[in-house]
Design a protein around this ligand. Structure first.
Ligand SMILES: [Zn+2]
Length: 466
């Protein structure tokens, strides 16, 4: 259980909801399907699995199936209860004598952190920074280290953790999880400014969970900022960051360079979402305000179909009626939404991400891209989005991960040692409670009560296994 689970009211899902989406289940000895494991992690997405669903058919993008329910988050009752119902295919067994039970309780958030690393544009010799070393930041460090151990192309990436001064516990965890450098940042604004002045990183993972962190991440990154946390607050005049993260959309400055190299849709499930591989018949929605400023680089590429004559509301209505989606599928889109959009104001980014109060679907397909075109150079000093555009930095986002992929990384040995890198995770478990102490656990998670150390990960034992 984490703070985010205790305070989930800003998520766009109906309440009430039994929470608990990081769940480990003990497996009875007699279970025929799960013989080689004592416990299993529960995969939290349950998609519709209908052959007629473009997200589920051919396994195109099942984690984004519009009819999915999500354990402990949306409709499907979660783990903070004496009983729960889980389809057997959502049970991901943890091989016997590998991860400890406590380490396994972190598979879900680790999978999400790893998915962030996998869906970013990491390249050989990159210098990567992790901003924020709360639970998510530490998991991202371990995921980066796991990636470079398993992927020869990334073996020389360097990992820098940016930590608040005085947070000694997290400094030692960050080192143990694989950070090569630690930068301690004073709490004061001026102190932070001077500690980070003139630093540059190829990719910055912002796990700070606050709008200032995102500004900071953009000032530090030369190529990409990956946004993983959903704080629900407006930044750069945009309100719908949470929905952007849920749909795993990327916001890309529409520089000529980015338009040519980033307009990619190789495979919506492939990690290299922003690769340079282009396909024909990319369907791109162009907001009316951007239509007369399209760069010639784009107009000259005949493989893209541009939709320039629909307002955002008209495009949403046509997609909701189903006809436009069918048309896009027939022209080569893998999902019945636009592959990308081009807009020229923060308001239009918001409207493309969240076009209607009546549903939660973006105009752009999940894992698609929104290109942001400069509206008016005279606004540059007033509008932080324009600064972003000048830098050319991509903001990418991601959500849930894949548990089997997470286990692949976690079950690697730690160099010559016998221990698995995944068993470092148990160091994050700071508190354990029984289910009858749930009210206390919630108060500690919220920071309203102190019970020993500052909490990182709190485990609630609903089945008396400890
Ligand atoms: Zn589906």
């Amino acid at each position: 259980m984490t703070y985010s689970q205790a305070d989930r009211h800003f998520l766009p899902y109906p309440l009430p909801q039994i929470i608990g989406h990081e769940v480990i289940v003990a497996i009875p000895d007699s279970h025929a399907l799960l013989k080689d494991a004592d416990f299993a992690a529960v995969e939290i997405n349950n998609n519709c699995r209908q052959i007629s669903c473009p997200y589920c058919a051919n396994n195109t993008l099942p984690t984004q199936c519009p009819r999915r329910i999500t354990m402990g988050i949306n409709t499907w009752p979660g783990g903070l209860a004496p009983f729960m119902v889980v389809p057997v295919e959502n049970m991901i067994p943890v091989p016997r004598n590998t991860l400890s039970l406590l380490s396994a309780t972190l598979i879900e958030p680790f999978a999400a952190a790893l998915h962030a690393i996998d869906s970013s544009s990491l390249q050989q010799s990159d210098h990567v920074a992790i901003l924020g070393t709360g639970k998510l930041g530490l998991l991202a460090i371990l995921a980066l280290d796991g990636r470079r151990r398993s992927d020869p192309k990334l073996s020389d990436i360097r990992i820098t953790a940016i930590v608040r001064e005085g947070n000694l516990q997290h400094v030692s965890l960050a080192k143990s999880f694989g950070a090569d450098h630690i930068i301690s940042v004073p709490k004061s604004e001026e102190g932070e400014e001077s500690a980070l002045a003139n630093l540059e990183f190829d990719v910055v993972f912002d796990t700070s969970g606050n709008p200032k962190g995102l500004h900071r991440a953009i000032s530090l990154a030369t190529r990409e900022v990956h946004l993983k946390s959903t704080h629900g607050q407006p930044v750069f005049g945009m309100k719908h960051w949470t929905e952007m993260v849920v749909a795993e959309l990327a916001l890309i400055p529409a520089t000529a360079q980015n338009l040519i190299s980033r307009l990619a849709w190789r495979n919506p499930t492939a990690p290299a979402r922003l690769s340079a591989t282009r396909e024909k018949n990319m369907n791109i929605y162009v907001a009316p305000s951007a239509a007369d400023q399209l760069p010639t680089e784009l107009l000259n590429h005949s493989e893209y179909t541009l939709y320039t004559d629909l307002s955002i509301a008209e495009a949403d209505a046509a997609l909701e009626s189903g006809t436009l989606g069918e048309h896009l599928l027939s022209l080569g889109s893998r999902l019945p939404r636009f592959d990308a959009a081009i807009v020229s104001s923060p308001e239009d980014v918001d409207a493309v991400v969240f076009p209607s109060q009546f549903h939660d679907k973006s105009l752009v397909a999940p894992r698609g891209a929104i290109f942001y075109l400069s509206a008016d150079s005279s606004r540059i000093n007033e509008n932080a989005m324009e600064l972003l555009l000048q830098n050319g930095t991509i903001i990418s986002t991601s959500r849930c991960g894949d548990f089997k992929r997470a286990l692949q990384i976690l079950l690697q040995r730690d160099g010559d040692k016998a221990e698995l890198i995944g068993n470092k995770l148990q160091q994050l478990v700071t508190h354990r409670y029984s289910l009858s102490d749930l009210p206390l656990a919630m108060e500690v998670a919220r920071g309203n009560r102190v019970d020993g150390n500052k909490p990182v990960k709190i485990v609630v034992d609903c089945a008396n296994v400890f």
